[in-house]
Write a protein that binds this ligand. Structure first.
Ligand SMILES: [Zn+2]
Length: 293
């Protein structure tokens, strides 16, 4: 088994904010964690004078965040906030290429079926990953990859996250990795300030202000970022029945879908392959998440 997890993220800060604790945990448990960034984040700043400076600053900060999580980076280089105009089959090909090159056990991305997702970069990336999952298995899709020495590859598990994830079926306890998540997200200084600035502008339209937000934008981001994450990840832990004080990230994990029960009952180990993944307690038959949706 290839102990590789590959996250496909439209933007630099999506990794830390959505699953930073889980990725740090995989890295700490000896997995190779690869963050593929689809776009260049050339517009996501509050006050930098140009796209070039914004792209550079966000890229430097992305490297800092990845280092904190114990991950490495791959860049796809699309322009931010115009994936809606990009050829979807072309984007899918880039993701199939990554699957075949890095041969991940699991892939992380936004849930392609999530509701209330206003960011088209997120939607398009999620859709491209979902299709790449099966297209990557076909030797007649992109045979030029095979000519470069890569083979068809089927990712085993898809770990999907989202702003609103009513079908979440699995939670990872990130209590011990929460500090890494906070530091990684705070490393995205330009993007986090711009996120709060959007809220500040909306509040202004409403005719009000939140002093704590003004202070965070002008000064130390950490108390605001940590407080929001602690509340969100604490609520998720509680909703999955974890003990008070625990923190969690939630996912809709899909493995064999319709086939899950059948393969649990009928499969046997391949010679020479470790049983490590099959024996994970969360995937024991009858326990843990439902993997049919
Ligand atoms: Zn994003």
């Amino acid at each position: 088994m290839n102990k590789v997890v590959l996250g496909i993220f439209p933007h630099a800060d999506d990794a830390a904010s959505s699953c930073g604790g889980t990725l740090a945990r995989f890295a700490a448990e000896g997995w190779r964690v690869i963050l593929a960034r689809v776009t260049n984040d050339d517009k996501d700043s509050m006050d930098l004078p140009s796209k070039a400076e914004t792209e550079l600053a966000n890229t430097i900060e992305f490297h800092r965040a990845a280092e904190i999580m114990g991950a490495e980076i791959v860049e796809l280089g699309y322009v931010t906030d115009v994936l809606g105009d990009v050829n979807m089959v072309g984007l899918r090909e880039r993701i199939v290429y990554l699957f075949r090159k890095y041969r991940p056990y699991a892939v992380f991305t936004f849930d392609p079926y999530a509701h209330y997702e206003p960011n088209l970069d997120h939607v398009r990336t999620a859709q491209a990953v979902e299709e790449a999952f099966w297209v990557s298995n076909f030797h007649l899709h992109y045979p030029e990859h095979l000519g470069q020495g890569y083979q068809p590859h089927c990712v085993c598990e898809r770990w999907y996250f989202g702003r609103v994830l009513p079908d979440a079926n699995y939670a990872v306890d990130i209590t011990d990795y929460f500090e890494q998540k906070v530091r990684a997200l705070c490393a995205h200084d330009k993007m986090m300030r711009n996120t709060l600035h959007q809220l500040q502008l909306q509040l202004r339209t409403w005719g009000r202000r939140v002093p704590a937000i003004d202070q965070a934008i002008e000064g130390d981001l950490r108390p605001m970022v940590e407080g929001l994450l602690r509340a969100h990840n604490g609520e998720l832990a509680q909703s999955f029945g974890m003990a008070p004080g625990h923190l969690a990230e939630a996912f809709r994990v899909n493995r064999f879908g319709f086939w899950e029960e059948f393969v649990q009952a009928e499969s046997e180990p391949l010679p020479g392959k470790p049983e490590e993944m099959f024996n994970r307690s969360c995937f024991e038959p009858g326990k843990g998440p439902r993997l049919f949706n």
